[in-house]
Design a protein around this ligand. Structure first.
Ligand code: FAD
Length: 371
């Protein structure tokens, strides 16, 4: 039996562990609890909504189907939330972008509709969408509670005899030009195949084997990989599903509050932004949420503010495949959308001599990549 070591129990590593555990000897190592990295801070919108590249669009649509199949196979877990997405726009430019996007998506066979105010109210009764807004609905889109999903995948992998090790990997272990596992502070784990699924920290691990991953450096001032989310205390029934307003994205959290994010605030945050500024941005997010949910948040306040880091490949596309003999990597933005689909394809190519054709455009050594 092949021993596969997966570094990282975020959504990518966890979904892969669940897939592989039935056939292989799997060890997962993470320095923290499953899903506690980027996965646990994600808006976690499962979609192919803003994807002009036709091949990547199809890949993401397949990923949406893979989620539906995975959720059905797992008995429709409560952390998979099939409530769709409402979006609205007000300025002439934004209205035109939204109506064009809906038209193009419909032409590609994607479920997308423009709604009347009454239709939108029937979906989200507490939402005060401005009267002059153009509203769109994407009924096949979903969201997940990322940390719970990762924990559930890992629990299932463990039931299939996978091992979970808590510890920080300090370096990859190389002998005779082949990666043969990883070194932790208190020992080594040897493996036939090592999969680096360490999210935005993948480059630092690959560097220990003199390999590079084309992932943006979050330490640069103003790095787009760095963003901010706030969560609220419980606000029962405030929102049923995910919404994209003009200056706020929001969705329910697993414990009955809301998760709040905004593109302009993400753009204003980096790793040097002081805590006091992060807190004031969180208050701003809360004010925006109150504006669209006027009475539903009367008894709610900001519960937590988290600076978070997206794994952002340089060209925006997933980075998936062999990096060195014995070393495979899987790192991507939209990792929530893609995880079950990637897990199925990666499991297929790790357990057979034939590469998975749908992954070919996303190889680490593709043209333009520094690897
Ligand atoms: C605010 C925000 C909004 C987002 N919105 C969406 C969205 O709407 N839809 C979507 O699809 N995607 C979205 N994303 C992106 C998505 O969340 C990520 O692509 C995905 O969560 C990445 O998962 P991962 O498993 O690769 O990484 P992670 O979840 O970061 O997991 C990596 C794991 O590796 C572990 N690790 C790292 N280095 C080591 C080491 N040396 N030793 C031991 N363990 C290590 C970490 O502890 C971590 O648990 C969003 C991200 C953010 C931050």
């Amino acid at each position: 039996m092949t021993h596969v070591l997966i570094i990282g129990a975020g959504i990518i590593g966890a979904a892969l562990a669940e897939r592989l555990a039935a056939t292989d000897h799997v060890t997962v190592v993470d320095e923290g609890p499953p899903g506690d990295g980027t996965t646990g801070t994600s808006l976690a919108w499962i979609n192919a909504n803003k994807t002009p590249d036709p091949d990547y669009f199809r890949f993401r649509v397949q990923a949406m189907r893979a989620w539906a199949e995975t959720a059905a196979r797992m008995g429709h877990p409560p952390w998979y939330v099939p409530t769709g997405d409402l979006a609205w726009a007000r300025t002439p430019t934004a209205r035109s972008e939204l109506s064009t996007r809906v038209r193009h998506l419909k032409e590609r066979g994607y479920a997308a509709d423009l709604l009347t105010a009454d239709e939108a109210r029937a979906i989200e009764p507490h939402l005060a969408i401005p009267a002059d807004a153009l509203v769109a609905h994407f009924p096949d889109e979903r969201h997940v509670h990322g940390a719970r999903a990762a924990r559930d995948f890992i629990a299932r992998a463990r039931r299939a005899k996978a091992h979970m090790v808590t510890g920080r990997v300090e370096s990859l272990d190389i002998h005779a030009g082949r990666v043969r596992g990883a070194r932790l502070a208190d020992g080594a784990i040897s493996a036939d195949i090592t999969v680096c699924a360490a999210g935005w920290r993948t480059p630092e691990l690959l560097a220990t084997a003199d390999a590079v991953a084309p992932i943006q450096d979050p330490h640069r001032p103003g790095a787009p990989a760095v963003c901010l989310v706030a969560t609220t205390t419980p606000a029962p029934g405030a929102l049923r599903g995910l919404v994209h307003g003009t200056d706020l994205y929001a969705r329910p959290t697993a414990d009955g509050g809301l998760l709040l994010e905004a593109g302009d605030i993400d753009a204003a945050v980096d790793l040097d932004t002081p805590r006091s500024v992060l807190d004031s941005w969180a208050d701003d997010l809360m004010a925006r949420a109150r504006a669209i949910l006027p009475s539903a948040l009367d008894h709610s306040r900001v519960a937590a503010v988290r600076r978070c880091i997206r794994p952002l490949p340089d060209d925006g596309l997933p980075v998936v495949g062999w990096v060195l003999p014995g070393l495979y990597t899987a790192v991507t933005h939209s990792g929530i959308t893609l995880a079950p689909h990637l897990a199925a394809l990666i499991a297929e190519e790790l357990t057979s001599p034939t590469p998975a054709a749908p992954l070919e455009p996303y190889r680490p050594h593709r043209p333009g990549s520094p690897t």
